[in-house]
Ligand binder design. Structure first.
Ligand SMILES: O=C[C@H](O)COP(=O)(O)O
Length: 320
């Protein structure tokens, strides 16, 4: 599964971030590239299959988690699928996973099992004191273990940002390593850096490296709860760290932007970032996810426009 390596402070300290170059790269990605017509439809379908369809509300219930799961199994309407040349119930077009709080894992797992999709769509659970990480390590580790016991096969942990801000890199490494152990051998671990709270892009780069050294299967930008969530400059920096790690260690770590991703154009920007910075292997769900609670509706609208030539109103699509 994942490959951890020993903590290497020298590697971290050699990190240099050229801020104007990173910002320019992010601007160029957003402004000079676009895909149209059937290419756009194909990219949007790819985006759908990479979504971790998420609900992380204080008012989550068994019922809305069940609705989320139904949407993950059938992310696009039958009409759209048929018009796009798929069969009405094509099982290839599902989201990559559903993502919920630990207390809702069993609900998600049971719903997917009832739909015969438990083996196809994994349940991801946020854990380790999501969203702040400001809990005792003991309780953070127990929470991970409980989520795994309840059926989560993907665990989205948060890091303790104070360790980054005070440059306690080795302690951060040790904590993430223990969280990886708590996930056990079967659950993948995605490490949420909460980039908007790390103070600088240099810290984002270093935290990315530490998370990978400690055995993370994915690194993820944000919880969706910070004042600033997924941004392309942070994405550029994290992708460069993934590339650097792959060049040094020979292991591919996945990437998950999350938080505030709402539009089809956003989704395409992130896919283009993957293709240009990391290459084709990072265009598939085993190495790329988009964490989003409200992206599908706009993707459906764009696909509807591609098929019919007109835009539907937002309310014409169900939970997105
Ligand atoms: O992990 C996923 C994020 O919490 C989703 O954030 P969002 O609700 O802004 O899409």
């Amino acid at each position: 599964m994942s490959l951890c390596c020993t903590f290497d402070l020298g590697w971290l300290n050699s990190a240099r971030i050229n801020l104007p170059a990173v910002n320019l790269r992010a601007t160029v990605l957003q402004s000079h590239r676009s895909v149209k017509k059937e290419w756009q439809a194909a990219w949007l379908l790819r985006a759908v299959t990479c979504i971790d369809l998420t609900t992380l509300g204080g008012d989550d219930t068994r019922t809305n988690v069940a609705r989320l799961c139904a949407k993950a199994v059938h992310p696009l309407s039958s009409d759209l699928l048929l018009a796009l040349g798929f069969e009405e119930n094509d099982k290839r077009i599902t989201t990559a996973a559903v993502c919920v709080y630990p207390s809702r894992v069993a609900d998600a797992r049971n719903t997917l099992a009832r739909m015969g999709m438990a083996d196809k769509i994994p349940v991801a659970s946020v854990a380790a004191g999501f969203p702040t990480g400001q809990y005792l390590l003991k309780t953070r580790l127990e929470e991970i273990q409980t989520a795994v016991t309840n059926g989560a096969t993907e665990i989205d942990i948060v890091i303790d940002r104070s360790l980054v801000l005070s440059h306690q890199w080795e302690k951060l490494y040790q904590e993430i390593q223990q969280m990886k152990e708590a996930c056990g051998s079967k659950a993948h671990m995605k490490t949420i850096l909460a980039v908007g709270e790390l103070g600088s892009l240099t810290n984002v780069y270093k935290a990315s490296l530490v998370a990978m050294m400690a055995g993370s299967d994915f690194i993820k930008t944000s919880t969706g709860k910070e004042a600033m969530n997924a941004t392309l400059p942070a994405g550029v920096v994290m992708c460069r760290a993934i590339r650097n790690y792959y060049q040094q260690v020979g292991y591919k770590v996945g990437f998950k932007p999350a938080g505030g991703i709402r539009t089809a154009k956003d989704a395409i920007n992130w896919l283009i970032l993957m293709k240009e910075e990391l290459g084709t292997p990072w265009l598939y769900p085993d190495l790329f996810r988009i964490g989003a609670s409200g992206l599908l509706a706009d993707i459906e609208r764009q696909l509807y426009h591609y098929i019919t030539g007109r835009y539907a109103a937002q309310h014409e699509f169900s939970l997105g």
